[in-house]
Design a protein around this ligand. Structure first.
Ligand code: HEC
Length: 149
């Protein structure tokens, strides 16, 4: 009896999407990833890099006081955020609640340039670059609490 109950719990766990992950940003969805690659090339690559590597010295503030574009590959911190947070950042730009009021940033808001579907797709494309088990485990751990709010 106890064994059956445990098996059910395990099955339920493996079917649930990892915490912080939205099915609309699934890197396993080939058509979304293809659309996302196109969107990335047209709207993100000029700043975030052809290989998602970000701008040089991305952790150092520029002379104008703004931050350079960070990488979206495993070396950056994009993966620290749940999908829902990334979606809002891309749609609205770095404004409250994810940046202080009046925060000056080169990251544009894409609400008038991209559809919601295109934004989820570019996130699917970006997430397709996160492959290491350690990173995926750390992300699930980090986003677990955030996704429950
Ligand atoms: C004009 C340059 C530019 C373009 C184009 C651009 N970004 Fe950015 N992006 C930035 C900069 C600069 C930052 C960091 C801003 C800061 O910290 O002040 C940033 C930050 C971000 C962040 C937050 C990362 C984090 O870890 O907090 C995400 C997500 C993001 N960009 C996604 C995108 C996506 C997706 C696109 C294309 C649809 C895009 N960006 C296009 C410059 C750009």
């Amino acid at each position: 009896m106890r064994i059956i109950a445990l098996a059910l719990v395990l099955a339920a766990c493996s079917e649930a999407p990892p915490p912080g992950d939205d099915p609309r940003a699934s890197p396993g969805d080939a058509s979304r990833v293809a659309l996302g690659a196109k969107v990335y090339g047209q709207h993100c690559m000029s700043c975030h890099g052809a290989k998602l590597e970000g701008q040089p010295n991305w952790q150092q503030r520029m002379p104008n006081g703004r931050m350079p574009a960070p990488p979206h590959d495993e070396s950056g911190h994009t993966w620290h955020h749940p999908d829902g947070v990334l979606f809002v950042i891309v749609k609205q730009g770095l404004v409250p609640p994810y940046a202080p009021r009046g925060y000056a940033s080169d990251m544009p808001a894409f609400s008038d340039k991209l559809t919601d579907d295109e934004i989820w797709s570019v996130l699917a494309y970006i997430k397709g670059h996160w492959k290491t088990k350690e990173l995926l485990d750390a992300r699930a751990e980090m986003t677990r609490n955030a996704s429950q709010r």
